[in-house]
Design a protein around this ligand. Structure first.
Ligand code: CAA
Length: 256
Protein backbone atom coordinates (compact mmCIF):
# COMPACT_ATOMS: atom_id res chain seq x y z
CA UNK A 1 0.00 0.00 0.00
CA UNK A 2 1.25 3.47 -0.69
CA UNK A 3 -0.12 6.90 0.06
CA UNK A 4 0.27 9.79 -2.34
CA UNK A 5 0.19 13.35 -1.11
CA UNK A 6 -1.01 16.28 -3.17
CA UNK A 7 -1.86 19.87 -2.50
CA UNK A 8 -4.80 21.77 -3.84
CA UNK A 9 -7.14 23.99 -1.87
CA UNK A 10 -6.22 22.12 1.30
CA UNK A 11 -3.53 19.59 2.01
CA UNK A 12 -5.62 16.45 1.75
CA UNK A 13 -4.28 13.12 0.58
CA UNK A 14 -5.63 10.25 -1.47
CA UNK A 15 -4.64 6.88 -0.04
CA UNK A 16 -3.60 4.58 -2.90
CA UNK A 17 -3.98 0.87 -2.20
CA UNK A 18 -2.27 -1.47 -4.67
CA UNK A 19 -3.29 -5.12 -4.50
CA UNK A 20 0.02 -6.83 -5.02
CA UNK A 21 -0.31 -10.46 -6.11
CA UNK A 22 0.49 -10.21 -9.82
CA UNK A 23 1.52 -13.85 -10.33
CA UNK A 24 -2.09 -14.82 -9.52
CA UNK A 25 -3.56 -11.78 -11.32
CA UNK A 26 -4.25 -10.21 -7.90
CA UNK A 27 -6.90 -12.84 -7.08
CA UNK A 28 -8.50 -12.20 -3.70
CA UNK A 29 -7.62 -14.89 -1.18
CA UNK A 30 -8.39 -14.67 2.54
CA UNK A 31 -4.97 -13.14 3.33
CA UNK A 32 -5.47 -10.31 0.82
CA UNK A 33 -9.00 -9.66 2.10
CA UNK A 34 -7.75 -9.49 5.72
CA UNK A 35 -4.92 -7.13 4.73
CA UNK A 36 -7.31 -4.86 2.85
CA UNK A 37 -9.64 -4.82 5.84
CA UNK A 38 -6.80 -3.76 8.17
CA UNK A 39 -5.63 -1.06 5.74
CA UNK A 40 -9.11 0.36 5.27
CA UNK A 41 -9.64 0.54 9.03
CA UNK A 42 -6.41 2.47 9.53
CA UNK A 43 -6.99 4.82 6.56
CA UNK A 44 -10.48 5.63 7.83
CA UNK A 45 -8.92 7.00 11.03
CA UNK A 46 -6.49 9.40 9.34
CA UNK A 47 -7.85 12.91 9.31
CA UNK A 48 -5.84 14.16 6.31
CA UNK A 49 -7.03 11.44 3.91
CA UNK A 50 -10.05 12.51 1.86
CA UNK A 51 -10.43 9.55 -0.53
CA UNK A 52 -9.06 6.11 -1.40
CA UNK A 53 -7.91 4.73 -4.76
CA UNK A 54 -7.71 0.95 -5.20
CA UNK A 55 -5.79 -0.62 -8.08
CA UNK A 56 -4.02 -3.86 -8.99
CA UNK A 57 -0.28 -4.30 -9.48
CA UNK A 58 1.03 -4.90 -12.98
CA UNK A 59 -0.58 -4.08 -16.31
CA UNK A 60 -2.63 -7.22 -16.73
CA UNK A 61 -5.15 -7.37 -13.93
CA UNK A 62 -7.05 -5.22 -11.50
CA UNK A 63 -8.31 -8.36 -9.75
CA UNK A 64 -9.13 -11.61 -11.63
CA UNK A 65 -11.68 -12.67 -9.02
CA UNK A 66 -11.93 -14.52 -5.77
CA UNK A 67 -9.16 -17.12 -5.47
CA UNK A 68 -10.62 -20.19 -7.16
CA UNK A 69 -7.79 -22.42 -5.88
CA UNK A 70 -8.54 -21.43 -2.28
CA UNK A 71 -12.27 -22.15 -2.40
CA UNK A 72 -12.31 -25.12 -4.78
CA UNK A 73 -12.94 -27.70 -2.01
CA UNK A 74 -15.32 -25.63 0.10
CA UNK A 75 -18.57 -27.19 1.34
CA UNK A 76 -21.83 -25.25 1.73
CA UNK A 77 -20.97 -23.87 5.20
CA UNK A 78 -17.50 -22.77 4.15
CA UNK A 79 -18.91 -21.14 1.00
CA UNK A 80 -21.46 -19.26 3.08
CA UNK A 81 -18.70 -18.01 5.40
CA UNK A 82 -16.58 -17.00 2.38
CA UNK A 83 -19.38 -14.87 0.99
CA UNK A 84 -20.49 -13.39 4.33
CA UNK A 85 -16.99 -12.63 5.62
CA UNK A 86 -15.84 -11.19 2.28
CA UNK A 87 -18.80 -8.83 2.27
CA UNK A 88 -18.29 -7.82 5.88
CA UNK A 89 -14.51 -7.37 5.75
CA UNK A 90 -14.15 -5.85 2.31
CA UNK A 91 -17.04 -5.36 -0.12
CA UNK A 92 -19.63 -3.79 2.16
CA UNK A 93 -16.89 -2.05 4.12
CA UNK A 94 -15.94 -0.23 0.91
CA UNK A 95 -19.53 0.49 -0.11
CA UNK A 96 -20.27 1.98 3.31
CA UNK A 97 -16.90 3.69 3.67
CA UNK A 98 -17.01 7.18 5.13
CA UNK A 99 -15.02 8.69 2.26
CA UNK A 100 -15.13 8.10 -1.50
CA UNK A 101 -13.37 5.03 -2.88
CA UNK A 102 -12.27 5.03 -6.53
CA UNK A 103 -11.39 1.80 -8.33
CA UNK A 104 -8.62 2.27 -10.89
CA UNK A 105 -9.36 -0.71 -13.14
CA UNK A 106 -6.06 -1.43 -14.85
CA UNK A 107 -6.80 -4.80 -16.51
CA UNK A 108 -8.99 -7.84 -15.86
CA UNK A 109 -11.76 -7.13 -13.36
CA UNK A 110 -13.55 -10.47 -13.26
CA UNK A 111 -15.87 -12.04 -10.70
CA UNK A 112 -14.85 -10.78 -7.27
CA UNK A 113 -12.63 -8.25 -9.07
CA UNK A 114 -15.56 -6.56 -10.78
CA UNK A 115 -17.52 -6.92 -7.53
CA UNK A 116 -14.73 -5.01 -5.77
CA UNK A 117 -15.01 -2.26 -8.38
CA UNK A 118 -18.82 -2.26 -8.07
CA UNK A 119 -18.45 -1.85 -4.31
CA UNK A 120 -16.48 1.36 -4.90
CA UNK A 121 -18.16 4.73 -5.39
CA UNK A 122 -16.37 5.70 -8.62
CA UNK A 123 -14.85 3.46 -11.31
CA UNK A 124 -12.22 4.63 -13.79
CA UNK A 125 -10.87 2.06 -16.25
CA UNK A 126 -8.00 1.88 -18.71
CA UNK A 127 -8.83 1.12 -22.36
CA UNK A 128 -7.22 -2.31 -21.89
CA UNK A 129 -9.48 -3.30 -18.98
CA UNK A 130 -11.83 -6.24 -19.37
CA UNK A 131 -14.78 -6.77 -17.09
CA UNK A 132 -17.25 -9.52 -16.38
CA UNK A 133 -18.99 -11.72 -13.85
CA UNK A 134 -18.06 -15.17 -15.21
CA UNK A 135 -19.10 -17.12 -12.09
CA UNK A 136 -21.92 -19.00 -13.88
CA UNK A 137 -19.23 -20.50 -16.14
CA UNK A 138 -17.65 -21.97 -12.97
CA UNK A 139 -20.98 -23.44 -11.90
CA UNK A 140 -21.47 -20.60 -9.38
CA UNK A 141 -23.07 -17.19 -9.18
CA UNK A 142 -21.40 -13.97 -8.01
CA UNK A 143 -21.08 -14.21 -4.22
CA UNK A 144 -19.66 -10.82 -3.30
CA UNK A 145 -22.81 -8.77 -4.08
CA UNK A 146 -22.44 -8.82 -7.89
CA UNK A 147 -26.06 -9.85 -8.48
CA UNK A 148 -27.22 -7.03 -6.21
CA UNK A 149 -24.90 -4.17 -7.13
CA UNK A 150 -24.62 -4.71 -10.89
CA UNK A 151 -28.42 -4.86 -11.06
CA UNK A 152 -28.75 -1.58 -9.16
CA UNK A 153 -26.16 0.09 -11.39
CA UNK A 154 -27.25 -1.07 -14.87
CA UNK A 155 -30.73 -2.54 -14.33
CA UNK A 156 -31.89 -6.15 -14.30
CA UNK A 157 -32.15 -6.47 -18.09
CA UNK A 158 -28.46 -5.86 -18.69
CA UNK A 159 -27.37 -7.54 -15.44
CA UNK A 160 -29.23 -10.70 -16.51
CA UNK A 161 -27.42 -10.61 -19.85
CA UNK A 162 -23.97 -10.15 -18.31
CA UNK A 163 -24.32 -12.66 -15.50
CA UNK A 164 -26.28 -15.40 -17.30
CA UNK A 165 -23.96 -15.38 -20.32
CA UNK A 166 -20.75 -14.96 -18.22
CA UNK A 167 -19.51 -12.64 -20.95
CA UNK A 168 -16.47 -10.42 -20.65
CA UNK A 169 -16.82 -6.86 -21.94
CA UNK A 170 -14.40 -4.12 -22.95
CA UNK A 171 -13.86 -0.89 -21.02
CA UNK A 172 -15.71 1.06 -23.72
CA UNK A 173 -18.72 -1.27 -23.49
CA UNK A 174 -18.62 -0.85 -19.71
CA UNK A 175 -18.62 2.93 -20.17
CA UNK A 176 -21.62 2.77 -22.52
CA UNK A 177 -23.48 0.60 -20.02
CA UNK A 178 -22.76 2.97 -17.14
CA UNK A 179 -20.58 0.48 -15.27
CA UNK A 180 -17.55 2.80 -15.28
CA UNK A 181 -17.45 6.60 -15.02
CA UNK A 182 -14.54 7.16 -17.37
CA UNK A 183 -12.00 5.34 -19.58
CA UNK A 184 -8.42 6.58 -20.02
CA UNK A 185 -5.10 5.33 -21.39
CA UNK A 186 -3.38 2.84 -19.11
CA UNK A 187 -0.39 5.14 -18.50
CA UNK A 188 -2.71 7.94 -17.36
CA UNK A 189 -4.94 5.82 -15.14
CA UNK A 190 -3.52 6.68 -11.72
CA UNK A 191 -3.18 10.38 -12.60
CA UNK A 192 -6.79 10.41 -13.82
CA UNK A 193 -7.91 8.90 -10.50
CA UNK A 194 -5.81 11.38 -8.50
CA UNK A 195 -7.23 14.27 -10.55
CA UNK A 196 -10.74 12.97 -9.88
CA UNK A 197 -9.99 12.63 -6.17
CA UNK A 198 -8.98 16.31 -5.98
CA UNK A 199 -12.61 17.20 -6.73
CA UNK A 200 -13.51 15.90 -3.27
CA UNK A 201 -11.39 18.65 -1.71
CA UNK A 202 -14.13 21.16 -2.38
CA UNK A 203 -16.65 19.25 -0.29
CA UNK A 204 -16.85 18.71 3.45
CA UNK A 205 -15.83 15.41 5.00
CA UNK A 206 -19.18 15.17 6.78
CA UNK A 207 -21.10 15.81 3.54
CA UNK A 208 -19.19 13.06 1.72
CA UNK A 209 -20.02 10.55 4.46
CA UNK A 210 -23.69 11.56 4.59
CA UNK A 211 -24.07 11.58 0.79
CA UNK A 212 -22.53 8.09 0.47
CA UNK A 213 -24.84 6.74 3.18
CA UNK A 214 -27.93 8.36 1.64
CA UNK A 215 -27.19 7.27 -1.94
CA UNK A 216 -26.48 3.73 -0.71
CA UNK A 217 -29.92 3.77 0.96
CA UNK A 218 -31.79 4.80 -2.19
CA UNK A 219 -33.09 1.27 -2.80
CA UNK A 220 -34.23 0.75 0.80
CA UNK A 221 -37.87 1.33 1.83
CA UNK A 222 -36.68 3.87 4.43
CA UNK A 223 -34.18 5.59 2.09
CA UNK A 224 -36.09 8.90 2.23
CA UNK A 225 -35.94 8.87 6.05
CA UNK A 226 -32.20 8.21 6.01
CA UNK A 227 -31.68 11.16 3.66
CA UNK A 228 -33.71 13.45 5.93
CA UNK A 229 -31.79 12.25 8.99
CA UNK A 230 -28.38 12.73 7.33
CA UNK A 231 -29.38 16.12 5.88
CA UNK A 232 -30.49 17.46 9.24
CA UNK A 233 -27.46 16.13 11.16
CA UNK A 234 -25.19 18.15 8.85
CA UNK A 235 -26.61 21.43 10.19
CA UNK A 236 -24.51 21.10 13.34
CA UNK A 237 -21.22 20.24 11.61
CA UNK A 238 -18.14 22.42 11.11
CA UNK A 239 -18.33 21.68 7.40
CA UNK A 240 -21.78 23.28 7.08
CA UNK A 241 -20.71 26.33 9.09
CA UNK A 242 -17.63 26.81 6.93
CA UNK A 243 -19.47 26.11 3.63
CA UNK A 244 -22.18 28.68 4.34
CA UNK A 245 -19.74 31.25 5.78
CA UNK A 246 -17.57 30.93 2.65
CA UNK A 247 -20.59 31.40 0.39
CA UNK A 248 -21.71 34.53 2.24
CA UNK A 249 -18.16 35.94 2.33
CA UNK A 250 -17.73 35.20 -1.41
CA UNK A 251 -14.64 33.02 -0.92
CA UNK A 252 -13.71 29.35 -1.34
CA UNK A 253 -14.46 27.19 1.71
CA UNK A 254 -11.57 25.80 3.71
CA UNK A 255 -12.75 22.45 4.98
CA UNK A 256 -10.92 20.50 7.67
N1 CAA B 1 -8.21 -17.50 -8.77
C1 CAA B 1 -7.03 -18.13 -8.62
N2 CAA B 1 -6.01 -18.02 -9.49
C2 CAA B 1 -6.21 -17.24 -10.56
C3 CAA B 1 -7.42 -16.55 -10.78
C4 CAA B 1 -8.45 -16.71 -9.82
N3 CAA B 1 -9.61 -16.06 -9.91
N4 CAA B 1 -7.30 -15.88 -11.95
C5 CAA B 1 -6.07 -16.12 -12.42
N5 CAA B 1 -5.41 -16.94 -11.59
C6 CAA B 1 -4.05 -17.46 -11.73
C7 CAA B 1 -3.96 -18.59 -12.74
O1 CAA B 1 -4.38 -19.81 -12.17
C8 CAA B 1 -2.49 -18.55 -13.08
O2 CAA B 1 -1.79 -19.13 -12.02
P1 CAA B 1 -0.65 -20.25 -12.29
O3 CAA B 1 0.37 -19.57 -13.14
O4 CAA B 1 -0.18 -20.61 -10.92
O5 CAA B 1 -1.32 -21.36 -13.03
C9 CAA B 1 -2.18 -17.07 -13.05
O6 CAA B 1 -3.19 -16.46 -12.26
C10 CAA B 1 -2.21 -16.43 -14.44
O7 CAA B 1 -3.47 -16.70 -15.01
P2 CAA B 1 -3.66 -17.38 -16.46
O8 CAA B 1 -2.50 -18.25 -16.78
O9 CAA B 1 -5.00 -18.03 -16.49
O10 CAA B 1 -3.63 -16.09 -17.38
P3 CAA B 1 -4.33 -15.92 -18.79
O11 CAA B 1 -3.79 -14.66 -19.38
O12 CAA B 1 -4.22 -17.15 -19.61
O13 CAA B 1 -5.90 -15.71 -18.46
C11 CAA B 1 -7.76 -14.81 -17.25
C12 CAA B 1 -6.30 -14.59 -17.73
C13 CAA B 1 -8.69 -14.80 -18.46
C14 CAA B 1 -8.11 -13.65 -16.31
C15 CAA B 1 -7.86 -16.15 -16.51
O14 CAA B 1 -6.82 -16.22 -15.54
C16 CAA B 1 -9.15 -16.39 -15.82
O15 CAA B 1 -10.14 -16.71 -16.47
N6 CAA B 1 -9.20 -16.26 -14.45
C17 CAA B 1 -10.35 -16.58 -13.68
C18 CAA B 1 -11.43 -15.51 -13.81
C19 CAA B 1 -12.67 -15.89 -13.01
O16 CAA B 1 -13.34 -16.86 -13.30
N7 CAA B 1 -12.97 -15.11 -11.96
C20 CAA B 1 -14.08 -15.37 -11.10
C21 CAA B 1 -13.61 -16.12 -9.89
S1 CAA B 1 -14.94 -16.74 -8.92
C22 CAA B 1 -15.44 -15.46 -7.93
O17 CAA B 1 -14.95 -14.35 -8.02
C23 CAA B 1 -16.51 -15.87 -6.98
C24 CAA B 1 -17.18 -14.82 -6.20
O18 CAA B 1 -17.89 -13.96 -6.72
C25 CAA B 1 -17.07 -14.83 -4.75
Amino acid sequence: MKTINYTENNNFKAGVITINRPSQLNALNSVVIDELNTLLKSLEKSSDIRSIIITGSGNKAFVAGADIKEFQKHNIQQAKALSQQGKEKLFNKITNFSMPVISAINGYALGGGLELALASHIRIASFSAKMGLPECSLGLIPGYSGTQKLTRIIGSNRAMEMILTAKVISAEEALNMGIVNKVVDQENLLDACLDFSKLFNRTSRESLRAAIKSINSSHLPHGEDIETEEFSKLFETDGFKEGVAAFLEKRKPIFQ
